[in-house]
Design a binder for this molecule. Structure first.
Ligand code: ARG
Length: 457
């Protein structure tokens, strides 16, 4: 098949070479952005008198027809036209005749493809921040039900100090808040127009870059045409923000997976977010959480891949850059999917309050309480730590917990102990009273819930 650049060539490549070089099988994802960019470009060409008013109108009508057909999934593309840009140009010429060939005046695929991706990412990043917010709301709702549900907090995956389940959930709320802010801040770097950079050096046609930028609702234009066509920072930044966010989701997944194990039994996932085993009838596996944890690796891969593609790439456009798209599309799909699944998984999960609370009673996570008790009575904290450590050791020897030791045993360890120590070591009391700023005390958690809601409004 004759190429759109046929003039310079004596031979056409073999089909398999065409296929290797083509991007149409994935960049067709950009079809609407591509046509939208062209509509702005042709309007500018007409306005600046680079093509006639009639020509601009004909091309605009043709592009609009293609846009409608694209939305209805009625366009067919061919590998022989390599990518979405050449396919659309070919379809346009088929539709309106040779005048369609005027669309590409003063433009290159290099600024065109960059424009498409800026448009694509702008839309998806905004959609992603909405999905994040949806998840944040779900977390707040769950947290509100569980201010006074207590469970062991862990460090080193060893029971450390009891905490409120709401407090634990809200930790993820704030991680997601930072993620959302990062995505939102990135919009100012995504939302600038490379259109009019030409192949690399600008153009001799009297184009108006600000006009197309405004038409496409960009906030500004790339100041340098070489930078305009070779910059992929905005995609790397997106992949990096996505990696960070997926890392947060993945940590959450890891906890969910642990919590619904037989060993913990802190939560039960809704059947809709779990699967069974083909062989073991008793199994209920937290597949969705595992999958999101797994997909996190895939998003990191996309980030590292693009960083590596760009490293050592000379200015300006190089075909290597065609490799920027699949990772971007894949990440958008993965991030949007993971967030949506998460909303469903969290809103439907059942919390086993008894199991959580029981766990705080069968451990030594109240030991700090006891050390604080002694130091509030004047014993240096380091000494108090030693005294309580010895008591814990005694308990372990006897197979009991701190609440089971007699007051006499306590008195033997230190005269400072009184009957009220038994209230102090009650885990519920321990959580209730931790009302330092940002702490897990019930009053503080209620304040935190209000702050979270404010962050959302
Ligand atoms: N399909 C190409 C890409 O995605 C479009 C730009 C091609 N430009 C060129 N000079 N070959 O990068």
């Amino acid at each position: 098949m004759k190429k759109l650049w046929g003039g310079r060539f004596q031979k056409t490549p073999e089909q398999w070479v065409d296929e290797f070089g083509a991007s149409i099988h994935f960049d067709k994802e950009l079809v609407e952005e591509d046509i939208t960019g062209s509509l702005a470009h042709v309007k500018m060409l007409g306005k600046c008198g680079i093509i006639s008013k009639e020509e601009a109108e004909q091309i605009t009508a043709g592009l609009n027809t293609l846009l409608t057909r694209a939305k209805n999934n009625e366009l067919t593309f061919s590998v022989s036209y390599e990518d979405i840009h050449l396919n659309i140009e070919k379809l346009l010429i088929d539709e309106i005749g040779p005048v369609g060939g005027k669309l590409h005046t003063g433009r290159s695929r290099n600024d065109q493809v960059a424009t498409d991706m800026h448009l694509y990412l702008r839309n998806h990043v905004l959609a992603i921040t909405e999905y994040i917010e949806e998840l944040q709301k779900t977390i707040v709702d769950k947290a509100e039900e569980h201010v006074e549900t207590i469970l062991p907090g862990y460090t080193h995956l060893q029971r450390a100090q009891p905490i409120s389940f709401a407090h634990h959930l809200l930790a993820y709320f704030w991680m997601l808040e930072r993620d959302k802010q990062r995505f939102l801040e990135s919009v100012k770097r995504i939302n600038i127009s490379p259109l009019g950079s030409g192949a690399l050096a600008g153009t001799t046609f009297p184009i108006d870059r600000s006009f197309t930028a405004k038409e496409l609702e960009f906030d500004g234009i790339y100041e340098n045409s070489l930078d305009g066509v070779s910059d992929r920072d905005f995609i790397i930044e997106f992949l990096s923000n996505s990696s960070l966010m997926m890392m947060h989701l993945s940590r959450f997944c890891e906890e969910i997976i642990l919590w619904c194990s037989q060993e913990f039994q802190f939560i039960e996932l809704d059947d809709a977010y779990a699967t069974g085993s083909s062989i073991m009838p008793q199994k209920k596996n937290p597949d969705m959480a595992e999958l999101i944890r797994g997909k996190t690796g895939r998003v990191y891969g996309n980030l590292v891949s693009l960083l590596t593609i760009l490293k050592g790439l000379p200015l300006a456009y190089n075909k290597d850059l065609q490799e920027d798209k699949e990772g971007m599309f894949d990440t958008v799909k993965t991030v949007e999917g993971s967030l949506q699944i998460f909303v469903g998984m969290i809103s439907t999960l059942k919390v086993n309050e008894e199991k959580m609370e029981q766990a705080t009673k069968e451990d030594f996570s109240n030991a700090t309480e006891l050390a604080d008790y002694l130091s509030k009575k004047g014993m240096p904290f380091r000494e108090a730590h030693e005294v309580v450590g010895t008591l814990v050791y005694q308990c372990i020897q006897k197979g009991i917990y701190l609440k089971d030791l007699s007051l006499e045993s306590y008195k033997e360890a230190s005269e400072l102990f009184e009957e009220d120590l038994f209230i102090v070591i009650d885990p519920y009391e321990a959580v209730r009273k931790r009302n330092s700023q940002g702490g897990t005390g019930f009053e503080m958690v209620k304040v935190a819930l209000e702050k979270a809601k404010q962050a959302l409004s």
